[in-house]
Design a protein around this ligand. Structure first.
Ligand code: HEC
Ligand code: HEC
Ligand code: HEC
Ligand code: HEC
Ligand code: HEC
Length: 236
């Protein structure tokens, strides 16, 4: 029956268009390295050929794993235009500016800082990519991944007094392993970095003692180092 066919068709099309897609780095990013990784995530399976991309008018091939697609790119100096097409139709335009850190950031743009190991490395260095069934929300991190941070950054555990998570090689509550819009790849800044684990309730007596210091947004880091120092309580 034509009605049924029509309905199916509409449902199919709506599904494809309704699929939520995220891009990292976000549109209008300023990037300080010419090499970058584009990561596209969708809330549904991506078809190998359904998504195509043009970088400065050159067609590039994305690697697609289920609902994840990624591409390593070399940016040209200045403005770079990426056009992502879904099923042949332009779906999203992304503008990235590659420039040196001493140039001002244009209005409407934000700096995106990449982790060198992410840009230079392969996803498989840190993720198990071929687990079936693949689930983007459960990208199994290879066993080596946690100690992997310390493999390249063991200078973080050389001090006499090491902050709890750092000693255990746990970095990702504070750092994004791919990249962020914050310096030092931080997921948050200031005191909020600390309150995710040190509950305000339990830290309150300590804060009461410190009341004289005021409550600046980076109060904690004014006295404590986030990784470790040779002073007790990893004081600075
Ligand atoms: C240096 C190690 C490292 C490399 C290289 C790496 N990842 Fe990750 N990735 C991680 C870690 C660790 C997490 C967990 C992040 C967290 O807990 O905040 C993660 C999380 C993710 C997630 C979950 C959603 C998100 O963004 O938080 C996706 C998707 C992902 N990675 C895709 C990739 C792809 C695609 C590549 C290759 C282009 C890649 N990763 C390379 C370490 C890495
Ligand atoms: C293969 C080596 C390697 C691995 C593995 C690695 N990194 Fe890095 N990381 C680097 C290099 C190279 C740099 C840039 C030079 C530097 O700052 O030391 C860097 C820089 C950083 C920075 C500072 C960025 C900045 O802008 O100052 C942070 C934070 C960081 N890494 C966190 C992590 C975390 C978290 C992990 C584990 C998920 C990790 N790294 C795994 C090599 C690595
Ligand atoms: C409690 C939050 C926290 C944890 C956990 C943490 N860091 Fe950091 N890290 C920071 C902050 C904040 C900075 C920014 C500089 C500063 O204030 O010390 C930073 C900066 C860095 C830098 C940039 C160089 C520098 O010192 O400025 C590197 C590299 C780094 N961290 C690596 C790591 C690694 C590797 C781990 C895990 C073993 C880790 N960090 C765990 C908060 C954290
Ligand atoms: C991922 C969770 C986590 C985050 C985020 C975190 N901490 Fe901790 N912190 C711990 C753990 C675990 C310990 C060790 C157990 C304890 O003493 O509670 C600890 C201990 C401490 C200690 C006591 C050290 C000692 O020798 O007794 C201080 C001081 C401290 N953290 C400060 C901070 C500051 C400042 C921040 C924010 C920059 C922060 N922490 C963020 C988990 C975290
Ligand atoms: C003026 C300096 C100063 C500031 C600011 C500061 N601390 Fe402390 N912190 C100390 C000193 C000194 C100690 C050692 C024990 C004591 O005197 O209470 C300490 C101890 C701690 C401890 C371990 C003992 C306990 O009470 O559990 C934690 C955890 C801690 N601080 C977290 C934080 C957090 C989180 C912040 C930000 C909200 C912060 N500190 C701000 C100086 C400071």
């Amino acid at each position: 029956m034509s009605l049924v066919v029509g309905t199916c068709l509409i449902v199919g099309v709506t599904d494809a268009l309704a699929q939520k897609i995220s891009y990292s780095p976000p549109d209008r990013s300023v990037i300080y390295s010419s090499d970058m990784q584009l990561v596209v995530t969708a809330d549904g399976k991506l078809n190998q050929n359904a998504i195509t991309i043009q970088v400065n008018q050159q067609k590039k091939e994305l690697s697609v794993v289920d609902n994840l697609a990624y591409l390593q790119l070399t940016l040209q100096d200045g403005t770079n235009k990426l056009v992502v097409s879904r099923d042949g139709e332009a779906a999203q335009e992304l503008t990235y500016i590659y420039q040196s850190p001493d140039k001002p950031v244009p209005p409407g743009f934000a700096v995106f800082y990449f982790h060198e190991a992410f840009v230079d490395g392969a996803c498989g260095d840190c993720h198990e990519m071929d687990v079936e069934p693949f689930d983007i929300n459960n990208l199994i991190i290879s066993e080596e991944a946690i100690s992997l941070c310390l493999e390249c950054h063991d200078d973080r555990i050389q001090a006499k007094y090491i902050h709890g998570p750092v000693g255990m090689g746990v970095c990702t509550p504070c750092h994004d392993p791919h990249g962020t819009t914050e310096e030092s790849l931080l997921k948050a800044t200031g005191n909020s970095l600390c309150f995710s684990c040190h509950e305000l309730e339990r830290i309150q007596p300590h804060l009461d003692k410190l009341r004289g210091e005021g409550t600046t947004s980076d109060l904690c880091l004014s006295c404590h180092d986030s990784h470790g120092t040779d002073k007790k309580y990893h004081l600075k």
